[in-house]
Design a protein around this ligand. Structure first.
Ligand code: F6P
Length: 320
């Protein structure tokens, strides 16, 4: 029976702890000694491993962030980095590794896999941008958080007849902006996947003003532009007509207790990851299609970002 280590890497996302908990508890039930690596790949490079009992993950299901620590670790992509990580795994007699994170995490896993490490990737990033899965752990929670922020801004925007430009996280992708914007009834949603111009945004706002709409919520994905800049520009173009403010919720979108849906999804993925290792499958990345968790190659998980379906964006325009 092989010993298995678990790590979380990259930007933390709500539900990571639930995945770690499931790995530890299901792994132990399969008879595998379980370990966690502190602070992602950097802990692997530096040799920070801890043996875990079932009690050690008590309370993990509801906790936000990553209780075992996370990091972005450039060393993993540098010459000698993966070898250092492998030396740690060998020193602790670890036969399998579960990595929980986003694109950088899966690229690190691919390096280890190429050097013979038995590794399984679990998709976890608020950005929802991995190519091989329709969903990542943390996206649901982050989207709900931003939708809640938008709801609060709507109250004050309506009271003062103001226009708010709200910046969504998501790095190069517009998933959080689109889902939260749609769910909050935003008046415009700007994402990097779809071309936009500030002139078109302005004329849309003026048209709405003509129709009697006295306040607005605009969501702009961080990969599509700068909320401050757009707010200032719109404000300058519309003296005495619109009063525009920017709001950048930033890392608030990463924190907080995971949604029920993220807790369950993370639990299933964590369980599947250690089951795969215990059954001798590795070099794989878990992903969701429809209602089914599938196993893909790590290569597939390192491809182009997942695109936003144009129909969904068009629907947002239609109803916004
Ligand atoms: O990948 C998650 C994410 O929160 C992105 O949405 C954002 O662009 C980035 O991480 C921020 O990174 P950091 O926390 O390192 O500033």
């Amino acid at each position: 029976v092989t010993s298995i280590a678990v790590l979380t890497s990259g930007g933390d996302s709500p539900g990571m702890n639930a995945a770690v908990r499931a790995c530890v508890r299901v792994g132990l039930s399969l008879g595998c000694p379980m370990f966690i690596v502190e602070r992602g790949y950097s802990g692997l490079v530096d040799g920070r491993l801890r043996s875990m009992s079932s009690r050690d993950v008590a309370g993990f299901i509801t906790a936000g962030g990553s209780l075992i620590g996370s990091s972005r670790c450039p060393t993993m992509m540098e010459p000698g980095g993966p070898e250092q990580a492998i030396a740690t795994l060998e020193a602790h007699g670890i036969g399998g590794l579960v990595v929980i994170g986003g694109d950088g995490t899966h690229r690190g896993a691919r390096e280890l896999h190429r050097r013979g490490v038995k590794v399984v990737g679990v998709p976890s990033t608020i950005d929802n941008d991995l190519p091989h899965t329709e969903r990542t752990i943390g996206f649901d929670t982050a989207t709900n958080t931003l939708a809640m922020v938008l709801g609060k801004l709507r109250d004050t925007a309506a009271s003062h007849q103001r226009t708010f430009v709200v910046e969504a996280m998501g790095r190069g992708s517009g998933w959080i902006a689109l889902h939260a914007g749609m769910a909050a009834g935003a008046d415009a949603i700007l994402i990097p996947e779809v071309e936009w111009s500030r002139e078109a945004v302005l004329s849309g706002l003026l048209r709405r003003l003509d129709e009697g709409k006295t306040f607005n919520l605009l969501v702009i994905a961080e990969g599509a532009g700068d909320a401050d800049e757009l707010a200032k520009w719109l404000d300058r173009q519309t003296p005495d007509m619109l009063e525009v403010r920017a709001c950048i919720p930033g890392h608030i979108q990463r924190g907080g207790t995971p949604s029920v849906s993220d807790r369950l999804f993370a639990t299933e993925l964590g369980a599947r990851a250690v089951q795969a290792l215990a059954e001798g499958r590795s070099g794989i990345a878990l992903g969701l299609r429809g209602a089914t968790i599938e196993e893909h190659s790590l290569e597939a998980a390192c491809g182009e970002k997942r695109r936003i379906p144009r129909e969904l964006y068009d629907l947002a325009l239609q109803v916004g």
